[in-house]
Design a binder for this molecule. Structure first.
Ligand code: OAD
Length: 249
C-alpha cells in the first residue's frame, strides 16, 4: 500500500528519526554500508568504547577529530533542509537523530534530540564537566595523525568526545523526550537508518505500537508489517523533498 501524503499534511505531531544515511549525501560516511561504512574500516571496540579511550586516548581523540573535521567541511543536504522546512508546515515536529554531526542544526532545525551525543560537545573523562572547543576549528585533524586530547580546565582530566560509546547509556533527558514524542506522534519518518542499534531502534517501533503511521526512507527497501508501515526506497535527499512537495507543494 502507498503512503497517503495527506497523512503528513494533516498530521498534528510528526517525528523524524534519522540515522547516518541522512548525512550520507553530505559526504559523511555511514557505519554499516558495504565498502563505505566506517565499521567496515575501523574496529568499534578500539575506537568507540570507554576502554579504548583508557588504552589509547590520543588514538580515539584523533579519530573523532578526523570525523569532526569531515563534518566541519561538509554542508547540509536537501534532506536536512526538507526536515527544517517540514517544521514550518505542521503544528509540531520533533527531530530525533542518532547522528553526532550538526548538519540538521545548520539546515535550520532547532531542539534536535541527539540520542548518541554530538561531536561538538566534548566533556571531561574524569569529572564530566563540559569542555568548549571555543574558536578551535578541527583544522589540524587529519586521518592517521595522533592528537592528544585537550585537558579539562577544572580538574586537568583528559577531555573525551561527547558521543555515546558502546556499553554506555543514552543521555537520560534526551531519551525520555524522544520516547514521549514517539508515543505522541501521528506520523514518524524514519530516515537513513539500519535500525540495528538499541535502544534507539525502539523509537519507530514505539510510534507504530502507539498507532502512528511509520514511513521508512532508505536506499534499501524495508520489510513492512501491517497497513500503517510504509517503505519509500531511494536517497533521502531525493525522497524527502519529493514527499514534502506532494504533501504541501
Ligand atoms: P548505519 O550505517 O547502520 O545505517 C545507515 C542506513 O542508511 C542504511 O540502512 C543505508 O541503507 C541507509 N542509507 C545510506 N545512504 C542513504 C541515503 N543517501 N539515503 C537514504 N538512506 C541511506 O547507520 P545508523 O543506522 O545511523 O552509534 O547506525 C546507528 C548507530 O550505529 C550510529 O548512531 C552509531 C553506530 O554504531 C554510535 O556510535 C553509538
Amino acid at each position: 500500500m502507498e503512503f497517503q501524503t495527506q497523512r503528513l499534511r494533516n498530521a498534528r505531531h510528526v517525528v523524524v528519526f534519522s540515522g547516518a544515511g541522512l548525512s550520507a549525501e553530505s559526504g559523511i560516511a555511514t557505519f554499516r554500508d558495504a565498502l563505505t561504512g566506517l565499521w567496515e574500516h575501523f574496529d568499534p571496540a578500539a575506537l568507540a568504547t570507554a576502554q579504548a579511550f583508557r588504552n589509547d586516548p590520543a588514538l580515539v581523540w584523533s579519530w573523532y577529530e578526523w570525523r569532526r573535521a569531515k563534518v566541519f567541511a561538509a554542508q547540509p543536504n536537501a534532506a536536512h533542509r526538507a526536515i527544517a522546512t517540514l517544521a514550518r508546515c505542521i503544528p509540531r515536529l520533533t527531530v530525533v537523530t542518532q547522528n553526532v554531526d550538526d548538519l540538521l542544526e545548520r539546515a535550520g532545525c532547532s531542539d534536535v534530540l541527539h540520542l548518541h551525543g554530538s561531536l561538538g560537545s566534548p566533556r571531561c573523562f574524569a569529572c564530566a564537566r563540559s569542555y568548549s572547543f571555543g574558536a578551535d576549528q578541527p583544522v589540524e585533524a587529519q586521518e592517521g595523525r595522533r592528537i592528544e586530547p585537550p585537558r579539562c580546565r577544572h580538574c586537568n582530566g583528559k577531555v573525551r568526545p561527547g558521543v555515546v560509546w558502546f556499553g554506555e547509556s543514552l543521555p537520560d533527558d534526551v531519551w525520555r523526550k524522544a520516547v514521549s514524542a514517539a508515543k505522541d506522534c501521528d506520523v514518524l519518518l524514519s530516515v537513513g537508518t539500519s535500525a540495528l542499534v538499541q535502544p534507539a531502534a525502539e523509537i519507530p517501533r514505539m510510534a507504530l505500537q502507539q498507532g502512528a503511521q511509520v514511513v521508512h526512507i532508505n536506499l534499501q527497501p524495508e520489510a513492512v508489517a501491517g497497513d500503517r508501515e510504509f517503505s519509500l526506497t531511494g536517497r533521502a535527499a531525493e525522497v524527502l523533498p519529493r514527499l514534502l512537495e506532494q504533501a504541501f507543494g
